[in-house]
Design a protein around this ligand. Structure first.
Ligand code: IPE
Ligand code: IPE
Ligand code: MG
Length: 248
């Protein structure tokens, strides 16, 4: 390969001039992925977890510092019991299988969402993963499991009341500081796979000014190239935060 050309991945990466600091992904479409192949839904969830590796690697390659992944919502408990059980078991298996390698690559793992109801076996693994990786800084990965944006806000309000904060002292910063994402910047980009155009209760406070990107690709097929396309789309967006376009 000639030096002027470089590798194709280096050439593509060079086009990324504005990488979001925090990318959040709604990993949707596992069921439809399986259905399209005549397989049962859990097979789609399994394929979805296998895809995590690709996306985490690509996020590192593109220099995304913070990634938040929506894995299981507070509303997903309403699915058939067998599917819920399969999802919980799969989450445990992913931690067992991937934790050491993620740790050795400097990935910090955090859980966001309610811990109640998750079950001891999974909770222990989540806590171990958080503890083991707490000093890592190459990439922070927040796993939103048993996460709901409304529950997040309810829990923040409960914390404020418990602390006895007076109404005049409650402002946006006070609420942000009590959400599960406290200390992290708000997501700049929310990606949703499988075509739906909704947030489904994901980071509803934090994503107030996030750019939104939806792709028809099902989560198990959302790989490096797809992430790259989303990042390219992001850097074309003009963010205004309620103000006027720069130069106007
Ligand atoms: C996303 O895939 C995984 C979870 C919500 C847990 P789905 O299971 O929602 O897949 P579809 O949307 O039915 O295709
Ligand atoms: C959102 O997907 C939740 C996760 C990806 C974990 P859903 O499949 O649950 O969302 P809806 O029901 O289509 O809104
Ligand atoms: Mg879905």
């Amino acid at each position: 390969m000639s030096g002027a050309e470089g590798s194709s991945s280096a050439r593509r990466s060079a086009e990324l001039v504005r990488v979001p600091e925090h990318v959040a992904i709604i990993m949707d479409g596992n069921g439809r992925w399986a259905q399209a192949r005549g397989m049962a839904r859990p097979a789609g969830h399994r394929a979805g977890t296998e895809n995590l590796r690709n996306v985490l690697e690509a996020a590192g390659e593109f220099g995304i510092p913070i990634l938040t992944l929506y894995a299981f919502s507070t509303e997903n408990w309403s699915r058939p019991e067998a599917e819920v059980r399969a999802l919980l078991a799969l989450a445990q298996r992913v931690i067992d299988r991937e934790l050491n390698e993620l740790h050795s690559r400097g990935v910090r793992i955090r859980h966001i969402g309610r811990r109640e109801g998750v079950g001891d076996a999974l909770l222990q693994r989540i806590e171990r993963a958080e503890e083991l990786t707490r000093d890592n800084s190459a990439l922070t990965v927040n796993i939103a499991f048993n996460y709901g944006g409304r529950a997040d806000i309810v829990d923040a309000v409960r914390a404020l009341v418990r602390e006895g904060m007076s109404p005049e002292d409650i402002d946006e910063a006070a609420i942000s500081a009590r959400l599960s994402t406290a200390g992290l910047p708000d997501p700049d980009l929310v990606i949703r796979t499988a075509g739906e155009m909704r947030l489904s209760n994901f980071l509803i406070w934090q994503a107030a000014y996030a750019e939104y990107y939806s792709t028809a690709t099902f989560w198990p097929d959302f790989g490096r190239e797809e992430l790259y396309k989303a990042l390219l789309a992001f850097q074309e967006r003009k963010r205004r935060f309620g103000g006027l376009p720069s130069g106007a």
